[in-house]
Design a protein around this ligand. Structure first.
Ligand SMILES: Cc1cc2nc3c(=O)[nH]c(=O)nc-3n(C[C@H](O)[C@H](O)[C@H](O)COP(=O)(O)OP(=O)(O)OC[C@H]3O[C@@H](n4cnc5c(N)ncnc54)[C@H](O)[C@@H]3O)c2cc1C
Length: 287
């Protein structure tokens, strides 16, 4: 019997898990926290609420209902997602590996990069969002990773396979314990500099660090980061899906804020339902 991994326990992820579980398949929801809805103090535009209700309460009810149906939950930050000979494999920040025959990416809207002057001036000309996609273009060169968490370390590890030198720019965050091969700068980045392409970064301590490429890995891996690494089409900040919430990668579906459009609970829940039903068809046709 096929098993499904849902990344994210917001309305999109939970909704997808309900349809998948009720269709008879094993489903695990992996999430690092409660997502955007946890920040909503009062919700009064979602069907079925007699009184305004907090986002946290909607999440609590959603998770309780899914557990009742037998959905498995894992408290985990997914840092990498790869395609295997059969299905998918997800690596968590704790070093765990989760495997699945199909995946729903429901990890919410893309995280934002810090507002550093120059950062947005070099798309495709030295600033990249994906080490596994673009790292090979920097073979034998000096690259920097902007970030301080598990995600940044994972990107640095990928880049170290081809780059001459890997620098970690934590932009004022505490330096993580990293491989001693990496040069670490904790001073905030004041500007990304270059001409026709990126040439370096200026730090707040006045120093200039010369680089050939800058890889963004700020915060945790978002839906679009994970999707890009699998070859899924991403446009600006959202993952491209068809009417069945399928990406261009067989077995990979996306739902909720990460697919753009109306950033509301009702749309996330709808997307999740469609993704869940589509996965049932996919698993039945492939198993
Ligand atoms: C302050 C605020 C108020 C809002 N008020 C309303 C409202 O009144 N009405 C309304 O309809 N909508 C409201 N919204 C919008 C609504 O919360 C979102 O549209 C909805 O939560 C999107 O659902 P989602 O499942 O796509 O993503 P989210 O709810 O953001 O869930 C994303 C999930 O992915 C997980 N995740 C992310 N990255 C990883 C990773 N690398 N590994 C593992 N897990 C990961 C997160 O931990 C989380 O569980 C509000 C949003 C905010 C911020």
């Amino acid at each position: 019997m096929g098993k499904v991994l849902v990344i994210g326990r917001g309305p999109a992820g939970i909704s997808a898990s309900l349809y998948i579980r009720r269709g008879g398949f094993e489903v695990t929801v992996a999430a690092k926290d409660d997502g955007a809805l946890a920040r909503a103090e009062k919700v009064e535009n979602f069907y079925g609420q007699a009184e305004p209700v907090s986002g946290s309460e909607i999440i609590r009810r959603g998770i309780a209902g899914a557990k009742r149906l037998g959905v498995n939950f894992r408290e985990a930050e997914v840092v990498a997602l790869t395609i295997e000979e059969k299905g998918f494999s997800a690596k968590t920040a704790a070093g765990e590996t989760l495997t699945a025959d199909a995946v729903v990416l429901a990890a919410g809207a893309s995280r934002s990069a810090p507002p550093i002057p120059g950062l947005k001036d070099f798309p495709g000309r030295g600033v990249s969002y994906c080490a596994i996609c673009d790292g090979v273009f920097y073979r034998g060169k000096t690259v920097a990773v902007l970030g301080a968490g598990e995600f940044a370390q994972h990107e640095a590890d990928i880049l170290s396979l081809t780059a001459k030198k890997v620098i970690l720019l934590t932009h004022g965050q505490a330096a993580p314990v990293v491989d001693s091969r990496y040069e670490v700068h904790t001073a905030p980045v004041e500007a990304v500099t270059g001409d026709t392409r990126v040439r370096g970064v200026r730090l707040s301590d006045g120093s200039d660090v010369a680089i050939d490429g800058l890889f963004l890995a700020w915060g945790t891996a978002g839906s679009t980061d994970l999707a890009r690494r699998l070859g899924a089409v991403v446009e600006d900040t959202h993952i491209c899906v068809d009417a069945h919430m399928a990406t261009n990668v067989p077995g990979l579906y996306a739902a909720g804020d990460c697919t753009g459009g109306l950033l509301q609970i009702v749309k996330a829940a709808y997307d999740g339902a469609v993704a869940g039903l589509s996965i049932l068809k996919y698993l039945r046709s492939t198993s």
